[in-house]
Design a protein around this ligand. Structure first.
Ligand SMILES: C[S@@+](CC[C@H](N)C(=O)[O-])C[C@H]1O[C@@H](n2cnc3c(N)ncnc32)[C@H](O)[C@@H]1O
Length: 274
């Protein structure tokens, strides 16, 4: 029988890192689950040294900023030559504190691509004209690091784990924080009692429906207490609305989150007189 296209193993998702310090990213490519995923051809990590594209005998990739000021700026022509050496990429991502913050939704989108190229800055970053070479900029938070390698490693970790086959249990990421729209529920393992803190009884009872209900309520409680902003982006059920009200949320908050009304209280059947 001729194999259909769906029988073919999926192409590995290729990650190309353009960096002045490729060795910083080696452990992420070679160790732990990502190392195994690379060995199983689920991902393909290429490290490209920007210095190889310097075209001068001192291998200088940077220069002083026009207009003066501290620090050095990475040349746009170096970035251009390095990118031109790659097979076509679906996305070329420039890491920069000025980019939009990276989110789980972006990780899900990027996990569906075939080739992602990451431009990792150093010093004062790239010449601003490098923005014309990329499909998007990304920040990993409102703080400034010394280089883009740690940011690129974060995105590699977040994206690669969403590729089929990378995690042992394909469902395991679906309940993670943000994937379900909520923060994750708390997890426990042995010992059942530790320094006066017991594992909640419901988790030891073996009642799967009760465990699922408890976990949903805990996820709602954590999200309400720590990241109520997420609730506006979550699809909530009438049962969730009831749980949120019981947890102290107000009717106005529920309306602002677009939550459906809680289920109507069950009416007691009045016994008919005989
Ligand atoms: C010292 S930073 C440059 C900071 C830049 N002068 C500014 O203030 O926006 C050097 C490089 O680190 C990376 N970087 C630093 N913080 C980052 C963040 N929060 N998210 C993504 N990349 C970051 C970028 O690639 C950046 O080009």
């Amino acid at each position: 029988m001729t194999p259909t296209t769906t029988d073919a193993p999926p192409e590995p998702l290729r990650f190309s890192f353009l960096t002045l310090f490729p060795e910083l990213l080696l452990p992420f490519a070679q160790e732990a689950i990502l190392g195994k995923a690379a060995a199983r051809n689920l991902i393909d990590v290429q490290l490209v040294n920007l210095r190889d594209f310097a075209q001068n005998k001192h291998l200088k990739v940077d220069d002083t900023p026009y207009g003066g000021g501290a620090g050095m700026v990475i040349r746009v022509d170096v970035a251009e030559r390095a990118l031109a050496s790659l097979p076509p990429a679906d996305e070329v991502i420039l890491f920069s504190p000025a980019g939009p913050p990276f989110t789980q939704a972006m990780a899900e989108e990027l996990a569906g691509k075939r080739h992602l190229a990451f431009l990792c800055g150093r010093y004062e970053g790239f010449d601003a004209r490098a923005e014309t070479l990329v499909t998007r900029e990304l920040s990993i938070g409102d703080f400034v690091m010394m280089g883009g390698e740690a940011a690129a490693a974060c995105v590699l970790e977040a994206v690669a784990r969403l590729r089929p086959g990378v995690l042992g249990d394909p469902q395991s990421h679906q309940m993670d924080s943000f994937s379900s729209g909520l923060l994750d529920y708390p997890e426990y393992t042995r010992p059942p009692e530790w320094r006066g803190h017991a594992v909640p009884e419901v988790l030891r009872g073996g009642n799967h429906a009760a465990v699922a209900a408890w976990r949903r309520e805990q996820a709602l409680a954590r999200t309400l207490a720590r990241r109520p902003d997420l609730l506006a982006r979550t699809s909530l059920t009438p049962q969730d609305s009831a749980a949120l009200l019981a947890l102290g949320a107000g009717d106005e908050q529920l309306a602002a989150w677009g939550a459906p009304p809680p289920p109507a209280p069950k009416r007691r059947r009045s016994r008919s007189k005989r």
